[in-house]
Structures are given as structure tokens and as C-alpha cells.
Ligand binder design. Structure first.
Ligand code: FES
Length: 158
């Protein structure tokens, strides 16, 4: 069940956006910002507001990799999984990330601080191998730069 504020924001997006798909993405991103992820219940509550079926909305959420359908950590690390990053050595920094965080792709650290996910091209091939943490882009990545980046987030969250 959405709060009054959430309903008002979603209704404002419906007025503003041009297509059902763009409204659905904006609405799910808003819900995610409020609640951390888009649960099955949120999807079921949102679909009738947008005049969509739950399965139609689910397919948009599945296609759009920045919509999280399960709980995630406080910071989401999106590691590019596309060709430029592969060619420029994505595996080495990714292995380092896995070791430092103690998780594999698709998992969240035990302290709930980071979730590690793969994503198609970030549009930053000139900075390959690249990753995005929340809304900040990093690259070209090295094991050393990853240590610095993770430390800065751990400092922030103390
Ligand atoms: S291929 Fe990694 S940012 Fe484009």
C-alpha cells in the first residue's frame, strides 16, 4: 500500500510522462528510491494506477536493469559486462571486488552495505573497465582504485 505522498508523486508522473512505458519506469524508480526496491506488492499496487497488467509492468521491470526486484544493499555496485570492458580487462578488477566484498555477482555483503550486480554497457567505454556505484561512475578500474573507492564508501557509512 502506497502512502499518500507516494500516490501523489506517481499521479504527477502520470500527468507528466508521455508514454505508459516512461511513466512505469519513472514510477518504479521513485518507489525504489523510497523503499529500496520494487516488491511484488508494490508492482501489484502500481499496475492498476498505470492502467497496466502486473505481467506487463513486470516485463518492463525485468528489461530495465536499474529496477531492483529484490532488496539490495545501501550501495549498489553495477559492474559493466559489455565488450569494451571485457577487452580492457574487466575480470581483474571484478575478481578483486569479489574478494574484497566477499560476495559474487547478484549478492549483497553481510553488512548490507553493498550489492554487486552486472549491467550492460554503462555508456562510458572510454573509461573501461567501468562500474557505477549508486549514481557515480568509476573507471578505468584497477585493484588499487577499487580499494580506494570502497574505503571512501565505508568511511561515509560509519
Ligand atoms: S562496454 Fe563497459 S562501459 Fe561500455
Amino acid at each position: 500500500m502506497f502512502s499518500r505522498e507516494e500516490i501523489e508523486t506517481i499521479e504527477a508522473a502520470i500527468q507528466r510522462e508521455e508514454t505508459p512505458r516512461s511513466v512505469s519506469i519513472a514510477a518504479m524508480r521513485f518507489i525504489q528510491k523510497q523503499r529500496g526496491y520494487v516488491s511484488d506488492q508494490s508492482l501489484a499496487d502500481l499496475a492498476p494506477m498505470l492502467g497496466m497488467s502486473v505481467s506487463g509492468l513486470e516485463s518492463v521491470a525485468t528489461f530495465y536493469s536499474l529496477i531492483f526486484r529484490k532488496p539490495v544493499g545501501r550501495h549498489v555496485i553495477l559492474v559493466c559486462d559489455s565488450v569494451s570492458c571485457w577487452i580492457l580487462g574487466r575480470e581483474r578488477p571484478l575478481d578483486h571486488l569479489r574478494r574484497r566484498l566477499g560476495v559474487d555477482l547478484g549478492q549483497t555483503t553481510a553488512d548490507d552495505l553493498f550489492t554487486l550486480l552486472a549491467i550492460p554497457c554503462l555508456g562510458a567505454c572510454d573509461r573501461a573497465p567501468a562500474m557505477l556505484i549508486d549514481e557515480t561512475l568509476y573507471g578505468p578500474l584497477t585493484p588499487e582504485s577499487i580499494d580506494e573507492i570502497l574505503s571512501s564508501y565505508r568511511e561515509l557509512d560509519r
